[in-house]
Design a protein around this ligand. Structure first.
Ligand code: URA
Length: 261
């Protein structure tokens, strides 16, 4: 493997930065300063140092995380708990989240140190589908459903959303939802609003505009009180993961997400 690739994949820096470090003489291979980024090394045998510290080769890593509500999708923050605070790996340098979920949104979030993987999933041209389960105050009629499916204006720019898929799971009163799924956990309403209509279902979108699901549903008169991402492309949230837990993606899952299988 090339020396610059090895250092970038070990989270020393971006490919561009590590080339500079190498040229500046900050990198040693088997005790010798090497200033040629393209030199081939063997990551299983050679001994690489950056600023006189041994570099552990990690390669590319891919995690599935069950994000709980209450933490923010960021790598660091002075005030809020971040998604990275849930990880117990020795070295999380260079690992970032693929896209974002709002602080109060739960569900499937991917993290990686592979920029190309992120690009593949996030690039608007790829239209990777993301499916969300929602519970919202309000109700959805045929016209609302058609508008969500065909494209709807959700902001000042007037640009319509791309066609979406919607499946209604249940229409009912706040009281019925409260009995079934303890909706109070998400939304505290006065008891005299027990007859307020509530709708739950799945919305699948292929874009990533800010607060998109909440804004789409608001545009048809529904106020989201609970949101959970259940899948990205072919990958479903592993329901054996408790909120706040994570696991490595399997090779097959990675290849499917990349469209190679
Ligand atoms: N849409 C939203 O409104 N919020 C999210 O967290 C994700 C999609």
């Amino acid at each position: 493997m090339r020396l610059d690739k090895f250092l970038a994949e070990s989270s020393i820096g971006t490919r561009k930065n590590v080339r500079t470090y190498i040229k500046e003489g900050a990198v040693k291979v088997n005790g010798q300063v090497i200033t040629e980024p393209a030199i081939e090394i063997n990551e299983n045998i050679d001994f690489i140092e950056y600023l006189d510290k041994v570099v552990d080769y990690r390669g590319k890593v891919y995690y599935m995380f069950h994000k709980p509500a209450g933490c923010i999708t960021a790598t660091k923050d002075e005030v809020n708990k971040t998604v990275l605070d849930f990880f117990h790996e020795d070295n999380m340098n260079g690992i970032f989240h693929v896209g974002r979920l709002d602080k109060d949104t739960e569900g499937l979030l991917l993290l990686t140190n592979d920029g190309e993987f992120e690009h593949h999933l996030m690039c608007p041209g790829k239209h990777v589908e993301k499916k969300y389960f929602f519970v919202a105050l309000g109700s959805l009629n045929e016209e609302g459903i058609k508008r969500l499916e065909s494209g709807i204006s959700i902001g000042e720019d007037g640009v319509l959303t791309k066609p979406a898929k919607i499946e209604i799971a249940k229409h009912g009163s706040y009281k019925e939802f409260e009995e079934e799924m303890d909706i109070r956990k998400f939304y505290n309403m006065e008891s005299n609003c027990y007859n307020q209509l509530v709708v739950s279902g799945y919305l699948t979108i292929s874009e990533g505009r800010k607060h998109q699901v909440k804004r789409m549903l608001k545009a048809v008169g529904c106020y989201v009180v609970y949101l959970k991402r259940v899948s990205i492309g072919s990958l479903m949230l592993d329901e054996s993961l408790e909120k706040g837990q994570y696991r490595m993606l399997k090779e097959e899952e990675i290849q499917k997400l990349l469209g190679n299988l």
